[in-house]
Design a protein around this ligand. Structure first.
Ligand code: SF4
Ligand code: SF4
Ligand code: FES
Length: 242
């Protein structure tokens, strides 16, 4: 069976040369069996355009660095097989994040900022005793924390979120999910009012319009819908008590 010719329309822009307008560049590529967009982009870079910018580290859906808009949908390029796409493929960088060039965006600064603003670490007054035994936790709680901690910070839920696209400080589903991990953790001694201070606002859970694009777009299948509902319930109650 003869292979398809793919036509890739790729966003090009270098923020360091702002006088040059953003463009869409078209590349033709022969499809190969088992080809992912990771392979396709590397072939283009090796054979046609060494200057094309995009990010990959693990190629296995683990590092979260290859999120981009693939025919308008935010997802991981390394886990996308070209055979599952039409022959015309449009690639754009994820919106919301700072553009570094072409398909490469800076998700790290965004996620760090959200972690700092939501104080995403275990808050406890207990002194740290290095040679003490680890605290025990029941299996069910540990599993719940494990489930939400699988986030690879790829930014797909943020790039496809209507609120995040218009409100620069909105922490998005990834931010809410991360904070929910501490609400579940019995070692975190924050009370509901302290959580309300960091997430009970329009930049936090109350900015979410609940259409669940994030849940559809998470390539890892984190139950974002459930986590958003969990935090919304807790914070609505905290707001009412306040
Ligand atoms: S449900 Fe909320 S967080 Fe998820 S995409 Fe919609 S507005 Fe964004
Ligand atoms: S919640 Fe899912 S889509 Fe959002 S950053 Fe984490 S892994 Fe990516
Ligand atoms: S390259 Fe690591 S998730 Fe795609």
């Amino acid at each position: 069976m003869s292979s398809r010719q793919l036509t890739l329309h790729i966003f090009r822009y270098n923020p360091e040369t702002p006088k040059q307008q953003p463009t869409t560049q078209t590349y033709l590529l022969q499809e190969e069996p088992g080809m992912t967009l990771f392979i396709a982009l590397n072939k283009i870079r090796e054979e046609q355009d060494p200057g094309l910018k995009f990010d990959f580290v693990c190629r296995a859906g683990i590092c979260g660095s290859c999120g981009m808009l693939i025919n308008g949908r935010p997802t991981l390029a390394c886990r996308t097989l070209t055979k599952d796409l039409p022959a015309n493929i449009t690639l754009m960088p994820l919106p919301v994040f700072k553009l570094l060039g072409d398909l490469s965006v800076d998700t790290g600064t965004w996620f760090r900022d959200v972690s700092v603003r939501t104080e995403a670490w275990v808050h406890t007054d207990k002194a740290f005793i290095p040679d003490a035994q680890e605290e025990r936790m029941d299996n069910e709680t540990a599993q719940q924390i494990y489930e939400v901690e699988r986030c690879i910070e790829c930014g797909c839920c943020i790039g496809g979120c209507a609120t995040a696209n218009i409100k620069p400080n909105f922490i998005g589903a990834a931010g809410v999910n991360r904070l929910s991990r501490f609400m579940i953790d019995p070692r975190d001694e924050r009370n509901e009012q302290e959580y309300f201070d960091v997430v009970g606002s329009e930049d936090g859970i109350f900015g979410c319009i609940g259409l669940m694009a994030c849940d559809d777009n998470c390539p890892i299948g984190i139950p974002l819908q459930g986590q958003l509902a969990y935090v919304r319930r807790k914070m609505a109650l905290a707001g009412w008590r306040r």
